[in-house]
Design a protein around this ligand. Structure first.
Ligand SMILES: C[S@@+](CC[C@H](N)C(=O)[O-])C[C@H]1O[C@@H](n2cnc3c(N)ncnc32)[C@H](O)[C@@H]1O
Length: 254
């Protein structure tokens, strides 16, 4: 029987190139927002959990002493090495591995970050507890993820599971904050932005089961009228554009 791990490896082996080249994912302004919100500086050592193609890892590497990117999917790490070469960065290490448990000792990094991965974890509370464990006292723990409005979350998640069968559940901002408390972290500082895109581009970097792409188009088209998905779907220039709500949560590791 296929496991959740199999689903992750299947999706992200196929998504490695189209995900890493999608404009919304590469968006430099959004990457800068995450680095600045983390208060990153030249003395920091960063772990990027579920780093995928290493875009966040590389954004941090430009301003900190060293970054490590960890991911389950070898094809993503291959992309990450290419992105690193393209950006001419040398202060980086890549490691294949699992987010739970993290293969590092307590307090090994001063910033521990994870972007767009918590909605893929079966146990996000355990993942955040691990991130806190490997973060040094005085460091920062940073989670960036889609954060649907509470009354839109079920519809958003149902669409996302169709689009990417390895999706588990995106959490509303309140629930994400609750995870920080449960992991023994203080109240996080929160910034939000919208990850903009259009439906056909989104489908080009997704691998839904056969026939589900049509269902996804129908859901977005219906959402133009009632915003059931909570993504501000709107027709523009012959396309349906949207903006996924994203939250950036940063807590100090006391
Ligand atoms: C949507 S991508 C996000 C990549 C990257 N963080 C970014 O924002 O560009 C999700 C990544 O999570 C990784 N992943 C999912 N579950 C994981 C786990 N349990 N341990 C490590 N990596 C995992 C996948 O392999 C994939 O590369």
């Amino acid at each position: 029987m296929a496991t959740h791990r199999d689903a992750i490896l299947d999706q992200f082996t196929r998504q490695a190139v189209p995900f890493s080249t999608a404009p919304g994912i590469r968006d430099e302004e959004a990457l800068r927002l995450v680095v600045e919100a983390s208060d990153a500086g030249p003395e920091d050592t960063v772990l990027d959990v579920a780093c995928g193609p290493g875009l966040v890892t590389c954004a941090f590497a430009r301003v900190v002493k060293h970054t490590t990117g960890l991911d389950l999917t070898p094809a993503m790490l291959e992309r990450a090495r290419t992105v690193q070469r393209e950006q001419g960065l040398t202060n980086m290490t890549w490691q294949q591995g699992e987010a739970i448990p993290l293969p590092y000792p307590e307090g090994a990094f001063t910033i521990v970050v994870s972007r767009f991965a918590f909605h893929h974890f079966l146990d996000p509370a355990a993942a955040l507890t691990e991130m806190r464990r490997v973060c040094a006292q005085g460091g920062r723990v940073v989670v960036v993820d889609s954060a649907p409005a509470p009354d839109k979350a079920d519809a958003f998640n149902a669409m996302e599971v169709l689009r990417d069968p390895s999706h588990v559940r995106a959490m509303a901002q309140e629930e994400l904050r609750g995870l920080f408390h449960a992991a023994g972290l203080p109240e996080p500082r929160v910034k939000t932005y919208r990850l903009e895109g259009e439906v056909e581009g989104l489908l080009k970097r997704s691998f839904p089961n056969p026939g589900d792409d049509e269902k996804i188009r129908t859901l977005f088209a219906a959402s133009v009228a009632d915003d059931a998905l909570g993504v501000g779907a709107r027709p523009e220039g012959g396309e349906i554009r949207f903006g996924y709500p994203v939250a950036v949560l940063v807590a100090d590791r006391g």
